[in-house]
Write a protein that binds this ligand. Sequence first.
Ligand code: G1P
Length: 357
Amino acid sequence: MQDLKGLILSGGKGTRLRPITHTSAKQLVPVANKPVLFYGIEAMGQAGIEDVGIIIAPETGEEVKAAAGDGSRFGVKLTYLLQDEPLGLAHAVLTAQEFLSDSPFVMYLGDNLLQGGIADLVAAFRSSEPDALILLTQVPDPEHYGVAELNDGRVVQLVEKPLEPHTDLALVGVYMFTPAVYDAAKSITPSGRGELEITDAIQHMVDGGRRVEPHIVNGWWKDTGRLEDMLAANRLVLDTIDSRIEGELAESQVDGRVVIEPGARLERCAVRGPAVIGAGASLIDCYVGPYTAVGRGCTIENAEVEHSIMLEGAAVRNLAGRMESSLLGRNVTIGRDRRQPRAYRFMVGDNSEIGIL
Ligand code: G1P
């Protein structure tokens, strides 16, 4: 088989992660302090795929470019491909056709995380040479995904987000294709949500007698499109970290697997891992509980934070109750307001969600 290329999708609007995605690409939201997109790029590099295209959107493309650069630090060469409008995954494939040329390729949705990478799958694709290889996994809520029905291990029917699913096998956001996919992507019509669905393109391949091979994923997989998924992905990745203390600890206690990046300073704090504290963060008189990722330059003072993600520059001060299961965007501040009259005072963006005690 010819050399494989990679295609990572980093466009889309990220509507389910608003307000974070009002100002930032969903693929750049960090999981264990690393943009989710980087896990996909690293997976490509580890599978030996060097030539990788990244689909970007007009609104967030520059930010994605600035973050991932030319790819050299991941050991790959990145080429940015602009998709003018979010018209679907199959439309993204057509947008990339010129770049991909006649190479077979791996398509990776930039908000997906797959345990163990893709090297095994790439090897399976290379050895059995099907027209397409799809990854499937059992999920409790198949109505939120594309699903595939199998019969005797063969793919018979694929449906995008079925109201009444006949199977609990969801399509994982990693696909392998030969150039046979282009004809299929050109033959389908937009779905109810106005997108050219890759699920429909694959169905078209099945109907046309193309060989579409299913592969069941055994490790964990996360699509980080929603808050619960972000927190779950954060848990899964934090469960795999090794301790590393490079910041400064003063009268502080650290238990379990904890990463403290250089320049972070902890004073009279207790951190119970797994947790990661970003570079330059300042933590005073606080407790940081399991499954927390505190971003670069964050502040936590006189407060307790657990099972949460704080993006760069966020600050939490003087809370009477513990903050948990929260996602704070960049430079968000939460604190006690002592001015009169005594009142809650908020300045929050569209689609924010606040729960108070
Ligand atoms: C997309 C695909 C869907 C797949 C999912 C995996 O959904 O359309 O078939 O199961 O990714 O993450 P979307 O995120 O566009 O709703």
